[in-house]
Design a protein around this ligand. Structure first.
Ligand code: MG
Length: 217
């Protein structure tokens, strides 16, 4: 481990309590790999990183710390209404997240709390929107893309269609929940991974269900 990545490891360690108390679906070793991939990115720090699918902010802590330490903005994009698998009747539903007036899920206030507790309010730009709607408004290049939004096939593929082309050459894309075996989880993230490999992405690292790839320069 070089000196700079040991400072990242130290910063992550300092957030252990918050990481352990934040609800989400990312084991520490995957979060650490995610953070390292953003931390080690060589591209101009004026270009932001984009996270699609923030939920309550667990993965955002990892990415946010790496972004903060490298002076890069992290756009955290989520409609905060929960993905398909978070809705009532599905495996990952948490009924305490249903807002009483709309009777719909609302994870925004919990997400904001996480960002505040992690001291990342100056790094993380919170965008509450459909990923496709925001993609239309966002013409610029991005340096880093983390796809962890809805895992339904149409949604996952549209996240790739809308955002992968915005990645600068040499930029890095991470995809979460890549399972080759359908018994472990949905197939769509794996399909995105295959698409990326057949486009111009090169795999850098695999950690659990996380795949980290670089857009060939
Ligand atoms: Mg995930």
């Amino acid at each position: 481990m070089n000196k700079t990545s040991s400072s990242l490891a130290k910063a992550l360690l300092a957030q252990t309590d918050l990481i352990n108390s934040t609800n989400g679906f990312m084991p520490f070793h995957e979060g650490e790999a995610l953070a390292e991939s953003l931390f080690n990115l060589g591209l101009n720090s004026a270009m932001p990183a984009v996270e699609i699918g923030s939920y309550q902010g667990l993965s955002t802590i990892f990415l946010g710390l790496a972004a903060k330490m490298t002076d890069r903005a992290l756009i955290a994009l989520d409609h905060h209404r929960g993905s398909e698998e978070n809705q009532a009747g599905w495996q990952f539903h948490d009924s305490s997240l249903v807002e009483q007036v709309s009777n719909r899920m609302d994870t925004l206030y919990l997400f904001r709390r996480t960002i505040d507790l992690a001291d990342l309010e100056k790094t993380v730009v919170i965008v509450v929107a459909e990923s496709s709607a925001f993609a239309r408004l966002y013409p610029g290049e991005i340096a880093y893309l983390f796809i962890d939004g809805g895992h339904a096939r149409d949604i996952a593929h549209s996240d790739y269609d809308n955002w992968a082309p915005k990645l600068a050459e040499g930029g890095v894309m991470a995809i979460h929940d890549v399972f080759m075996n359908i018994s472990e989880g949905g197939r769509a993230p794996y399909e995105l991974y295959l698409r990326a490999l057949s486009d111009n992405f090169v795999e850098l690292r695999s950690e659990g269900s996380l795949r980290i790839m670089q857009k060939a320069p």
